[in-house]
Design a binder for this molecule. Structure first.
Ligand code: NDP
Ligand code: OXD
Length: 311
């Protein structure tokens, strides 16, 4: 069995780490690291994150393609993607990281740290702690592997939580909404929006000026999923016209974020560099090797992407 591991060069030794972790779990597999040279042997399984241009066309006989990520948007638009299962990571240690980021955001705005930061920048003693304000109502967009863990963590921290997904989900203590018919109602009661949707043709630019306007005045947008789910210019306009109170953004239409992008210096925006949930090699390699063993014995892999839905 031949496995090819291909990671972007900016990830340093990540390809080697994945190859070692997989070799440990699949001792008889022949595992190669992509060097960028033409692939000259049959690849049974490709393990990748943001594959380099042209790579997918070189693995036409792959029995499965594994992404070292939860999101698969970097692969889905490639017309040379082989017709085999595309399998993503399900949580694999990312849920806890995502939930902690969302909790930080919820406490940040509930306790008014955004306003205190602005006051500090002006050397202004402004003891408006927000301590007596009720916790904001948090709406989680996307109730999948990461959205569900995040919604539960927020609920356990005492925040009123709702969630929106394509199909109706049932989560204890969380008000759930589904589909486009219930989207406006979901937005109208959300003070703090946490986006954990996949980027698909249906979610591309989903959050635009009309959706921001549908949220209550002084609402906050936290995007932890993919930059292109929102329209950056519309978000800036909604922040500047005072409708939105703030935004915490971990992902952007173009990454790395350009040095002159207005988000960097915007008083109402917190920027983090796509670190909300890092892919962890050990639990990731557990999932991928388990799935390879499943395929080898004729079972379906767990976490395969629905190609029609795009996630
Ligand atoms: P899942 O596939 O497990 O869950 C996706 C959720 O989104 C599901 O609840 C799904 O609905 C819902 N959804 C998808 N399309 C629509 C739609 N058109 N309308 C309404 N709901 C929709 O994904 P994960 O939870 O594993 O990951 C979510 C995303 O987080 C990833 O795709 C990735 O982009 C991002 N991510 C970002 C990271 C970071 O560091 N910033 C790290 C890891 C992931 P249903 O339940 O009905 O299927
Ligand atoms: C992912 C990511 O999708 O890291 O896993 O963004």
């Amino acid at each position: 069995m031949h496995i090819l591991v291909s990671m972007p060069s900016h990830q340093g030794d990540k390809a080697r780490d994945w190859a070692q972790a997989l070799q440990h779990r699949l001792p008889t597999a022949q595992i190669a690291i992509d060097t960028g040279a033409p692939v000259d042997q049959t690849v049974d399984y490709l393990v990748t994150w943001q594959p380099r241009a042209g790579l997918l066309a070189q693995v036409p006989n792959a029995r499965a393609i594994f992404t070292a990520s939860a999101g698969v948007d970097a692969l889905m638009n490639d017309p040379t993607l082989p017709h085999c299962p595309v399998v993503r990571l399900c949580d694999a240690g990312m849920g806890d990281q995502m939930a902690s980021f969302a909790l930080y955001a919820a406490f940040h705005y509930w306790r008014g740290f955004d306003r205190m930061r602005v006051a500090q920048n002006r050397a202004s003693w402004s003891p408006d702690t927000g301590a007596v304000a009720p916790r904001p109502s948090v709406g989680v967009l996307g109730l999948g592997a990461l959205g569900q863990v995040t919604a539960r963590a927020l609920r356990e921290a005492g925040f009123p939580v709702s969630g929106w997904s394509r199909r109706k989900r049932d989560i204890d203590g969380v008000s759930t909404y589904a589909g486009s018919a219930e989207f406006e109602e979901f937005l109208a009661q959300t003070n703090l929006l946490i986006c954990l949707l996949p980027l698909t043709p249906d979610t591309h630019h989903l959050l635009d000026h009309a959706r921001f306007a549908a949220m209550p005045r002084e609402a906050v947008v936290v995007n932890l999923a993919r930059g292109d789910i929102l329209v950056e210019g519309d978000l800036l306009a909604a922040l500047d016209n005072g409708h939105l109170r703030g935004a915490m953004l971990d992902v952007f239409a173009t990454e790395p974020l350009a040095e002159d992008h207005p988000f960097w210096a915007h008083e109402k925006v917190v920027v983090t560099p796509h670190i909300a949930a890092e892919t962890l090699v050990e639990p990731g390699a557990d999932q991928i090797s388990d799935n390879i063993n499943r395929i080898e014995r004729g079972d379906k892999p767990l976490g395969a992407v629905d190609r029609d839905a795009g996630y």
